[in-house]
Design a protein around this ligand. Structure first.
Ligand code: M6R
Length: 608
């Protein structure tokens, strides 16, 4: 999705903007641009393709300006082209604006402006903003932006500069994240903390329908109704190195390898081993109501949704609570009728996914209470929920979600365990769960030590253009997640199925050209999975089986075996997903795919 980085201060802005744009690359984009105030004017540079194309355009240009705005665009209205890339400008080239989101009423506004003689240069919805702000401007840029905000419908995070207002940037938001970075000698604005984390860890989140004026010396926030707002900066825990490769060829591999630490960070300070109870400070505000909850709905998208699907089984195992899991984009179309004291859990890495946000807003309207499991501190979902639990996993840069999935599974387990222990779950089971959770980081390390073996398996099969992933119960969502990973980064077609459904259709696909990844750890579904593997082998389908260490039965049947250490049935997903991630990663690598930035995808999907 689109990305924003802006700076005003004492340092030259060009390298800051380029650095910020590179750090936003992971969000997915097709063109980029920047506008820099300089010598009483504004210089505009834009390019289609990678940031390097923009960099080539500006590398030999002497740009001493210290105030500018920059953007990565992910096309929605109009093809990826230089004219459609941001920043956009008004006719007189006074106003320069960058925008994340969608202006829903841009069409009638454009018609009206065209009728009055305004000439448009692009096909974008964004360009109307530049013209409207120019028309409203009478010396005060914040006021012009405020007036424009009242005329537009849709979602936006915008940053604006004006030729006649040197060293001022006005930003505004409705629905698209914008964060102010408070620096030493200058201030930043960005759609994503990682764009400015090299320069500052002091951030201020802008709320919907607020705008802010940034200068080199400070920032002032006000509402769309011109009421001034006081908000002090918070410290973010992310470090610049978190968003660097540190010797790994791809962020995805780095993040797969970070999973033992991710899991440790998710449980650190949250376990009371003797009591068999986790401590989750983030849910204290709702605990009195939550502990009596009997109906829970989990909403999420993509990988976060599959975490929720595993979570349903875990809650059913450890608590007395009825759990539903819904794809956020579909949830809104349901006729929602919640029993009293229903809680909704929104799961989201970014905390900005538009469908998940829309789902929780609808649920709130219908009387449900909202919790969040979110990685990005201060993100929209974290602020719109009553309470929740942070993943504390650091930034996830690879578009394919890996370490956050493990973190989400861990936190769902902690939450279920906490509620279960206040319901019927025994001390023995609580203690056993905590011991097993604490052993997982080392067990993930063990799975990672099979990296070469998994790479060799991927090398053998990566040319197969159709794959099947099969699992039952806790392993069914892992089959779906495994198939999603393979699809999104290698572009190989893959299906994730409940193994019991095989006979109802997919078995027709089995052939020597179609590998099946069978998730068959030693759990309550083990014998049934063996039957499925036999069915595939009798039809000459190659089987890559993920099994518990020492399994001899499956070894005799399957073509390839990947072992995971033994754990509790409901914790196996945290181990079995790791080989699935590595299989996808290596298939994509053998196919020379753009692993961290797969085609057509964005890290944070902020449009519906
Ligand atoms: O930020 P979120 O967790 O809300 O994102 C949800 C999905 O867009 C995300 O998990 C997506 O499916 C990933 N690319 C999967 O690897």
């Amino acid at each position: 999705m689109c990305g924003i980085i802006c700076y005003v201060g004492k340092d030259k802005v060009k390298p800051i903007l380029l650095e910020g744009l590179k750090r936003l690359e992971y969000r997915g984009y097709d063109s980029a641009g920047m506008a820099v105030q300089f010598g009483g004017g504004v210089e505009l540079y834009r390019a289609v393709g990678k940031i390097i194309e923009l960099e080539k355009k500006v590398q030999d240009v002497e740009l001493p300006g210290t105030c500018g705005i920059a953007h990565t665009r992910w096309a929605t209205h109009g093809e990826p082209s230089e004219e459609n890339a941001h920043p956009h400008r008004d006719q007189a080239e006074n106003v320069f604006v960058i925008h994340n989101g969608i202006i829903e009423n841009y069409h009638p506004i454009r018609k009206r402006l065209e009728k009055s003689g305004v000439r448009f240069r692009s096909q974008t919805d964004t360009e109307v903003l530049a013209h409207l702000i120019a028309l409203s401007f009478d010396g005060d840029l914040s006021e012009a932006v405020r007036k424009t905000m009242s005329q537009i419908e849709g979602t936006f995070g915008i940053a604006v500069i004006h030729r006649q207002r040197p060293n001022e940037i006005v930003i505004a938001r409705r629905g698209s994240p914008l964060i102010i970075g408070v620096g030493d000698g200058g201030n930043f604005a960005a759609s994503d903390v990682s764009a400015m984390v090299r320069y500052t860890n002091q951030v201020v989140h802008l709320n919907d329908n607020e705008l802010a004026l940034l200068t080199a010396d400070g920032y002032s926030i006000s509402t769309a109704q011109a009421k001034s707002v006081t908000r002090v900066a918070e410290t973010v825990e992310w470090q610049a190195e978190d968003a660097e490769l540190n010797g790994f060829p791809h962020f995805m591999l780095k993040e797969i390898y970070e999973q033992p630490d991710t899991l440790l960070n998710a449980i650190r300070g949250r376990l009371e081993p003797g009591e068999g109870v986790p401590k989750l400070g983030g849910i204290i505000p709702v605990w009195e109501r939550l502990k009596d909850c009997r109906h829970l709905v989990i909403v999420a998208c993509g990988t976060s949704y599959y975490a929720g699907c595993v979570g349903r089984y875990v809650f059913e195992r450890l608590t007395e609570i009825d759990v539903e899991v819904e794809i956020a984009s579909e949830f809104r179309y349901r006729k929602l009728n919640f029993p009293p004291n229903t809680f909704i859990i929104a799961i989201s890495q970014s905390g900005e996914t538009a469908d998940t946000l829309a789902a929780i807003r609808e649920a709130r309207r219908k009387g449900a209470q909202l919790l969040g499991i979110v990685n990005v501190v201060g993100s929209s979902i974290s602020r719109e929920t009553l309470a929740g639990v942070y993943c504390h996993a650091g930034p996830e840069i690879g578009v394919a979600s890996t370490k956050i999935f493990v973190s989400q599974l861990t936190i769902l387990t902690l939450l279920a365990l906490l509620l279960g222990r206040h319901q019927n779950l025994s001390l023995t089971e609580g203690v056993e769960a905590i011991q097993a959770l604490s052993a997982l980081p080392d067990q993930i390390k063990k799975v990672l030590s099979y990296d070469n073996h998994i790479q060799a398996i991927a090398e053998k099969y990566y040319r197969c253009s159709n794959w099947l992933f099969l699992g039952r119960k806790y392993q069914y969502p892992i089959a779906q997640e495994g198939a999603l990973k393979l699809k999104e980064i290698s572009y190989i077609h893959a299906e994730g199925y409940a193994a019991g459904e095989m006979k109802h259709g997919p078995i027709a696909l089995i052939s020597p050209a179609m590998p099946t990844v069978a998730l068959a750890p030693r759990d309550s579904m083990y014998e049934k999975m063996i039957s499925n593997i036999q069915e595939i082998k009798s039809r000459k389908g190659p089987v890559i089986a993920i099994v518990t260490e020492g399994d001899e039965k499956v070894r005799e049947l399957a073509d390839e075996i990947i072992e995971v250490p033994p754990t509790l049935e409901y914790l196996y997903p945290i181990l079995t997903v790791v080989p699935c991630q590595l299989i996808s990663y290596y298939c994509a690598r053998f196919l020379n795919r753009d692993i961290d930035k797969p085609r057509n995808l964005a890290k944070s999907v902020t449009v519906e």
